[in-house]
Design a protein around this ligand. Structure first.
Ligand SMILES: NC(=O)c1ccc[n+]([C@@H]2O[C@H](COP(=O)([O-])OP(=O)(O)OC[C@H]3O[C@@H](n4cnc5c(N)ncnc54)[C@H](OP(=O)(O)O)[C@@H]3O)[C@@H](O)[C@H]2O)c1
Length: 305
């Protein structure tokens, strides 16, 4: 099968190569999915799990990409709940070969059925951004109606989902980002927008929940805005500053079939819009992940047309 492989961490996305690999075989409780569309997060090549397995052994050449939408072609021993021929989407294990390939082996529990009226490209754009937003706001952030929420990077892949879900659940959303993204963030539902390059974040006053995906100085300054009892959730490594009287929660997204179902249902009924910027075939994936100019929105690789 065709796949994108990486061997050299220092080379970053420029080191991605289109290669020929043998098709994966399903282990216990796995399915093999014929990948129709695949998602990749730009920072993935900086994660240790891209390069080593759970025992910290080198696993290169590894196949990146951990989001997929496709069709089940084989079941491993003992696999229940999914069947051959079923359309699925979901998030794959960080420490195994991923989804920038024609086939991927995945634990069945990490996948959910993809309804027939949802395109594979849309399905592949949802798992990481949708689940991260859901878990950060609802599971870890315990969002309640009426709360004031900072959604950093509100025009980005995760931030646009955070903005939409926070509004749906009754939050007042202060989106942030760069000046060029103001209108996009407002279109996704932000009540107001802060241009982090030019406007002082501190002017927004106290908030109940910060969803941090930038970190560094922005993370520290955000923590100071969390009012007593509020929560800072961070997806970019351990927060350097805790809110004075609030809670800081650092988490890595996990797959969850029920939450994937909640997310895809919202896409079907129009409550959630995806944020897809570029769609490229697998043959052009290396160029798509090494753009010469800024490409807003998520890049999805359409593996089968
Ligand atoms: N822990 C987890 O489970 C988890 C899950 C998903 C994602 N993540 C991480 O979350 C981060 C965001 O992911 P994503 O897929 O949403 O990325 P993305 O689509 O690139 O969105 C990030 C947005 O934030 C903006 N931004 C970043 N730094 C900024 C700054 N200093 N000032 C103003 N705007 C800034 C970006 O603008 P520019 O493009 O102009 O910089 C972009 O619009 C990544 O670091 C990713 O690795 C973690």
């Amino acid at each position: 099968m065709k796949a994108i492989a990486v061997t050299d961490q220092a080379a970053g996305t420029a080191g991605m190569k289109l290669v020929e690999r043998s098709e994966p075989r399903p282990s216990i409780n796995d399915v093999v999915v014929q990948v129709h569309a695949s998602g990749f997060v730009n920072t993935e090549l900086g994660w240790p799990s891209t390069w080593t397995d759970r025992l910290n052994r080198d696993r290169t050449p590894s196949i990146p990409g951990h989001e997929l939408a496709g069709v089940v072609t084989a079941l491993g021993y003992g696999t229940t709940g999914l069947s051959v021929g079923q359309r699925v989407f979901g998030l794959t294990d960080w420490s195994r070969d991923g989804t920038l390939a024609e086939y991927a082996a995945v634990e069945a529990r990490n996948l959910a059925p993809l309804p027939g009226d949802v395109d594979f490209t849309v399905g592949a754009s949802l798992p990481i951004s949708g689940l991260t937003a859901w878990q950060g706001l609802i599971v870890h952030g315990r969002l309640q109606a009426g709360q004031r929420v900072i959604a950093h990077g509100a025009a980005g892949a995760v931030g646009s989902m955070v903005t939409q879900l926070a509004r749906e659940f009754g939050g007042y959303v202060i989106g942030t980002g760069r000046a060029a993204d103001r209108q996009k963030a407002l279109d996704f539902g932000a009540n107001e927008f802060v241009d982090l390059d030019k406007e002082p974040l501190e002017d927004v006053g106290q908030v109940d929940l910060v969803f941090d995906l930038i970190g560094g100085d922005i993370g520290k300054r955000s923590a100071r805005l969390v009012r007593a009892g509020g929560i800072l959730v961070s997806i970019v490594g351990p927060s350097e500053t805790r809110p004075a009287d609030g809670l800081a929660i650092d988490f890595v997204v996990e797959s969850d079939r029920a939450q994937l179902g909640e997310i895809v249902q919202r896409v079907r009924d129009g409550r959630l819009r995806t944020n897809i910027g570029t769609v490229s075939p697998l043959d052009d994936a290396v160029a798509a992940f090494n753009p010469t100019e800024r490409r807003p929105g998520k890049t999805i690789i359409r593996v089968r047309s």
